[in-house]
Ligand binder design. Structure first.
Ligand code: ATP
Length: 197
């Protein structure tokens, strides 16, 4: 089984592309969903409160909106948060993979695959890319955040050129190029590689 990472900046369309792979029968692991689950763990909540201050709800859970407001403005706090969350997600991914050991390949979706170090856990990497203006437009339509908040999140992410350079495959999701043929080409290539293993 080949472990494949799929990444792309905020609004690039990674989740949308992943849903096509899922339709092709490929198991998709969401690092985002895993990170959210990790935030429910008591020990993790304690560690986060220690670094980020008042980010808890009245019933003692993490208020993700408050947490995002704190860490996306403070690089050091973001790094500290990552050093709590990323190792927990990495362990969870390994356990998840064991359940799919008969799959030809699996996808690990992560917005910050490179920045988090998660790229070390995968053998092949796909980057989904789109023009910056289109990414911003999509996020403004999808989420209730300001353009400035989108920009703040973007500066914490590696730029697309660097991601593409470090990837084995690229999907251009610019609403001009057809996306499904690009995905099918990657899928076929990965199946071939898996067959050769
Ligand atoms: P994030 O990192 O913020 O989760 P993402 O890279 O996973 O973003 P998606 O959630 O897949 O991005 O896409 C962002 C928004 O853009 C969604 O509302 C999605 O429906 C829309 N979108 C993505 N690709 C396309 C496309 N090719 N055509 C039209 N809309 C698209």
């Amino acid at each position: 089984m080949i472990k494949v990472g799929i990444t792309g900046g905020i609004g690039s369309g990674k989740s949308t592309v992943c849903s096509v792979f899922a339709l092709l029968g490929i198991p998709v692991y969401s690092s985002d969903a895993a990170a959210k689950n990790v935030l429910e763990e008591t020990e993790v909540i304690r560690q986060i409160a220690a670094i980020a201050g008042d980010v808890l709800t009245e019933d003692g859970r993490i208020d993700r909106k408050k947490l995002a407001d704190v860490v996306f403005k403070d690089k050091q706090k973001l790094e500290q948060l990552n050093s709590i969350v990323h190792p927990a997600v990495a362990r969870h991914f390994e356990t998840w993979c064991a359940a799919y050991k008969n799959a030809r390949y699996v996808l690990k979706e992560a917005a910050i695959l490179f920045e988090s170090g998660a790229y070390k856990q995968v053998e092949k990497i796909i980057t989904v890319t789109a023009p910056k203006t289109l990414k911003i437009k999509r996020i403004l339509q999808r989420d209730r955040i300001s353009e400035q908040q989108v920009e703040e999140r973007m500066v914490n992410q590696m730029n697309d050129e660097e991601k593409i350079k470090r990837s084995d495959y690229t999907v251009l999701n610019d609403e001009q190029e057809l996306v499904i043929p690009q995905i099918l080409q990657i899928h076929t290539h990965l199946l071939k590689l898996a067959g050769a293993n």
